[in-house]
Design a protein around this ligand. Structure first.
Ligand code: PLP
Length: 414
């Protein structure tokens, strides 16, 4: 059945797809339909070229050299810090720490902030829809320091029940760590409101932006979040690189997470003093090429415009949602009012893994499993979902290919 949603042409998807070499291939003799963007996004040629160019012309270690290549590499690396700072509107480059990804950023805060500010019987609040990487680091801290992890519940649509903060927040709450967009439900959480509630109680907030940074523009000063974490590979950049934003005052007071080269001012056997921000938190040789690739990715995303990206992806989600809703026996998991880019579903009597495997033969890449959100699966009393997740390089043809493949899969496996 034809969708009755009129697709407003926001930009030329075909032209954009030409920027992504990987998209132009056959999988099992079918055109690749890549709908696993929440797991990792594909890379535009400009990002691939920037990494190739770094290793071909500039490769050298940063910060410690006086020679030409080292200075050039340092300049490119630090230029990306400025790009990231401007992208999220941080006040200063000192607030931008390069890590290996969201997971590393959250672990850094859990360990360093935890060491400084969290004591026995204190409490940390997370939500029911967190990715494991925003649960387990806190559980480790809780075990180490005898701290309690408290969990904000969700409702049947996969939305946070904000009223429950009243019962959860106490004078012992030291941090609220919350996901901006859920990777398994697609829910956009009202982080502005959450930050407001937290700050009224003098509690800092960490925002896991792994699934929002690529879909919507984020202004950390306007949000007033205390920490924000994201991964390069979810925003069309390389794997193994990510960002931790932290307010300078907090980062300044926090102890280093890892010790080693680059993070020190002076080392003697009697005493070691630490480097200034942000280097205090960047021990050892980082992913220099990855950081430079991330800079290229952010420039690329900015050149397209997050507003247009958000609009296009929302149209794809809306159209796909309408079309799958017409399929008998299919249930969407995650029906929040505010959603973006993620369509999770189950089909009566068919295991999601079978759906994913069968769809692969049709050239359609979706993800199946618990998506590193096992508590969400437990809440809905399901083992797993099938998940299609959209990017601005997905077209209406992709949605058609996905729907046809899904119908064929269900028919074959029913
Ligand atoms: N948080 C969310 C919401 C995610 O979706 C993911 C990855 O899927 C992560 C955190 C972890 O990201 P990474 O594996 O890049 O560290």
């Amino acid at each position: 059945m034809e969708s009755n949603i009129i697709n407003e042409k926001i930009f030329d998807v075909e032209k954009i797809r030409n920027d992504f070499p990987i998209l132009h291939q056959l999988v099992h003799k079918k055109p690749l339909c890549y709908l696993d963007n929440a797991a990792s996004t594909q890379k535009p040629k400009i990002v691939i070229d920037s990494i190739n160019d770094f290793y071909s012309t500039t490769n050298s270690n940063i910060h410690r050299g006086v020679h030409f290549l080292s200075e050039k590499a340092t300049q490119k690396y630090e230029n990306t810090r400025t790009t990231v700072k401007n992208f999220i509107n941080a006040k200063s480059e000192k607030e931008i720490i390069f890590t290996s990804g969201t997971t590393a950023s959250i672990n850094l805060v859990a360990q360093s902030f935890g060491k400084k500010y969290v004591n026995e019987d204190d409490e940390i609040i997370v939500t029911y829809m967190e990715h494991h990487s925003n649960i387990v680091p806190w559980q480790i801290l809780c075990e180490e320091k005898n701290v309690n992890l408290r969990v904000l519940p969700i409702n049947n649509n996969g939305e946070l029940i904000l009223e429950k903060f009243n019962e959860l927040i106490t004078e012992r709450t030291k941090l609220i760590s919350v996901v901006h967009v859920s990777n398994s439900l697609g829910t956009i959480n009202p982080i502005e409101e959450i930050i407001k509630i937290a700050h009224q109680n003098n509690i800092p907030v960490l925002v896991d932006a792994a699934q929002s940074i690529q879909h919507t523009s984020i202004d950390v000063q306007k949000l007033d979040c205390d920490f924000l974490a994201y991964s390069g590979h979810k925003i069309y950049g390389p794997t193994g690189v990510g960002v931790l934003f932290g307010k300078e005052k907090l980062l300044d007071e926090m102890p280093p997470f890892m010790g080693g080269g680059d993070m020190i001012a002076k080392v003697t056997f009697d005493e070691t003093t630490y480097n200034e921000l942000p280097y205090k938190f960047e021990a050892g040789t980082g992913n220099i090429a990855g950081v430079i690739g991330l800079g290229a990715a952010i420039d690329y995303v900015k050149s397209i415009g997050l507003e247009k990206i958000h609009k296009h992806e929302n149209q794809l989600l809306e159209i796909a949602t309408q079309k799958v809703s017409e399929i008998k026996g299919l249930k969407i998991i995650g029906t929040a009012k505010e959603k973006t880019s993620v369509l999770s579903f189950i089909v009566e009597n068919i295991h999601p893994h079978d759906i994913g495997t069968f769809m692969d033969f049709e050239g359609v890449a979706i993800r199946t499993g618990h998506h590193c959100t096992q508590p969400v699966m437990d809440f809905f009393k399901i083992p797993a979902t099938s998940r299609a997740s959209f990017s601005f390089y997905n077209s209406l043809e992709d949605i058609d290919q996905f729907i046809i493949a899904l119908k064929k899969t269900i028919e074959a496996l029913s």
